[in-house]
Design a protein around this ligand. Structure first.
Ligand SMILES: [Zn+2]
Length: 342
């Protein structure tokens, strides 16, 4: 079985975006904000949006199941207040839940949180609880920078975030550290802000001692870990100077990297530097880079090809990356599969 742990509902029916635009247009006039119930999207519209997009590509490429979360760049936690984020997150999470209900063999949901700059992350707990307990979500996406590129929140190791971590430990769910759109013109959203955030998260976790407080807490750093694997020597050296344990103990018991790296040399580097145990298959399809690589004739984000073609990874390594590691890092995903006899 091939599990893609990183997919977003980037192809949701247009009514979703129209609803969000109406919500944004009424930011300064709460009374005229649209109600969640005003959004009407039928099951057939959802089916069509998935069958012709993500599911078609999964079948072409040979992946079976995607951990599916709301469109990351649309989370836009910096827009409006907590109430705005809360209504928006509830809508987006319900849509992903409906996708998973309509295609239970191919999608399992992960939740976005109703984060808002300057608001206590504990405010996200009710949505998290609902998504896990009622919607069967197997993970969350945690935005380390709800300000959208201005980095006004404390580092991930700060007690500020502990209410979320306590709930993650209780539910035994991982968080993908995933920013949203950049509203800082210096940072292109997917080309800079995403990769910066991945790298920043790794360094924050090296600087702190978070996993002393939460030994079972697990983070997935997407997009191949940003620049971290490429600069692994720098990070090992910095950890040494900071008198931290080896990264194999200090970081890699709790931090995992996905394979959203869109060329063979990048995947080869990732799988040379980072232990196979810490690498999870993902494509982020349909997402950041949608074109075809003229050098290969294949989609950049068809990351399964790079794993298949790897001469560094053994067959057992590939099985771990495609399935076993996901089952270990996402125990609720594993339990859901086992409940179906898979
Ligand atoms: Zn993503």
């Amino acid at each position: 079985m091939i599990i893609d742990i990183h997919g977003h509902y980037t192809t949701a029916p247009k009514a979703l975006e129209a609803w969000r635009q109406a919500q944004i247009a009424a930011l300064n006039d709460p009374a005229s904000r649209p109600r969640a119930a005003a959004l009407k999207i039928s099951d057939d519209e959802i089916r069509e949006s998935i069958e012709t997009n993500q599911l078609a590509k999964m079948k072409q490429r040979g992946s079976d199941l995607t951990v599916f979360s709301p469109r990351a760049s649309f989370m836009a936690h910096h827009i409006g207040d907590f109430e705005v984020s809360s209504t928006w997150a509830a809508i987006c999470n319900e849509l992903c839940f409906r996708v998973a209900q309509l295609f239970p063999d191919h999608f399992i949901p992960a939740a976005m949180l109703p984060q808002s700059p300057g608001v206590d992350p504990a405010s996200c707990i009710p949505e998290l609880v609902k998504c896990v307990e009622s919607f069967g979500n197997v993970a969350i996406n945690l935005n380390p920078d709800p300000s959208g590129g201005h980095w006004t929140s404390p580092p991930l190791t700060d007690r500020h975030w502990y209410p979320i971590y306590e709930k993650m430990v209780e539910y035994d769910i991982p968080a993908m550290v995933h920013v949203s759109t950049s509203c800082n013109a210096c940072f292109h959203t997917t080309g800079a802000h995403y990769i910066n955030a991945d790298t920043t998260a790794v360094m924050q976790l090296i600087q702190g001692d978070l996993f002393k407080d939460f030994p079972t807490l697990r983070f997935v750093v997407p997009h191949g870990g940003g620049a971290a694997p490429y600069h692994w020597g720098r990070y090992r050296g910095l950890a040494q100077e900071l008198k931290k344990p080896l990264l194999s103990e200090h970081l890699l018991q709790n931090v995992f990297f996905d394979t959203c790296v869109y060329h063979q040399p990048g995947i080869d580097l990732l799988s040379t530097v980072i232990p196979v145990h810490n690498i999870l298959f993902a494509s982020e399809m349909i997402g950041a880079v949608r074109g075809i690589d003229p050098e290969t004739g294949h989609y950049y984000d068809d990351t399964k090809r790079y794993i298949d073609a790897s001469t560094i990874l053994s067959a057992a390594d590939k099985q771990a990356i495609f399935e076993a590691n996901a089952r270990r890092v996402y125990p609720r995903l594993d339990a859901a599969l086992k409940a179906k006899g898979i």
